[in-house]
Design a protein around this ligand. Sequence first.
Ligand SMILES: [Zn+2]
Length: 389
Amino acid sequence: MRVATGALSHETSTFTPVPTTRESYEARQGFLRGDEILTHFRGANTPIGGFIAGADAHGFELIPTICAEPHPSGPTPRALFDEILDELLDGIAAAGAIDGVLLELHGAMVAEGVDDGEGHILEAVRRLVGPAVPIVAQLDIHSNISHRMVAIADVLIGRETYPEVDMAARGRECADVLQRILGEGLRPEMALCQLPMAWGMNQVTAHPPMRQAIEYLHQIEARPGIVCASIATCFPLADIPDMGASVYVVADCDRALAQACADELGAWIFERRADWQLAMPTTADLLPAAAAAGSHPVIFADRNDNTGGGSPGDSTGMLQAFLEADLEDACVLYIVDPEVIAICQAAGVGAVLDLDVGGKSSPLQGAPCRMRAEVVALSDGAFRYDGPM
Ligand SMILES: [Zn+2]
């Protein structure tokens, strides 16, 4: 079997001032093309790593196209989006006669004038390959799933762990389902239950109640006729009509069964809608509790300036609270400020400088922090992830 594969994946915040440019598509792991995609991801815990493992197991010939995965940031400019999508389509077209398509998409991509990025991508791929070639896609857990996506794709499979350590496992599952379609006559029917709910922070799958939600999901997947099922906790930083949590289920040749299961789990999640939210205290509120904890380190997360969700990363709120509390032996993990970094790099390690740090990308990020600082270390900032993700 000949299977075209590729990735066009971006988590888009429609609220951030961080632009998405051609350079953004090169910055993360490079804009990969052709065989370098297979070399890069073989054995990696990523969706394409899972596609490759599945292809090896089932004897698929994988034909790689493009892998375009910028860091989370703002909407992709329309001309750039069209250009990259055209390159994906050209790659699939150049593959010639194919039996299937395995795609890595995010589920929360927005381009200028395209609110439903994945619906748009899937529609273009469907137009190219025709109705008979199955399209199976692996999605993030933070997806905003549209009816259009579910109508066009044959199978969508979302991640079911948070942190998302099951990327390769879900990619492998996509390849396994494609094998069942191509080799065993599986006829997938997919249904969606959209929930009028933005999921809060309570989504770590090792903890209740998220653990119960995933157990329920597995119980549904074990039912006769069910092929796979997914929960999308949504990506709330997107001002688009389809923003929201959802459940989507695939059944063999039985759309009504898929819909009934999606609605059942959807209702269970919505009944517990208050449970998915967590209190959001301020840094100043938390400092006394941290001091009273008696053991260290105590770690605070500034979820509202999460660069992993497209934020600029130069909020000074936490730094300011630490300075005002006169903390010693405290550390703020990052303040994204290229201007200050350039000054520090020019001055070198050991220099003592008066600096205005952070707070430059938007008035929402707080005012720059005035400080006298010593440069204790410098690096180019390039690093490689370690650990299960
Ligand atoms: Zn995610």
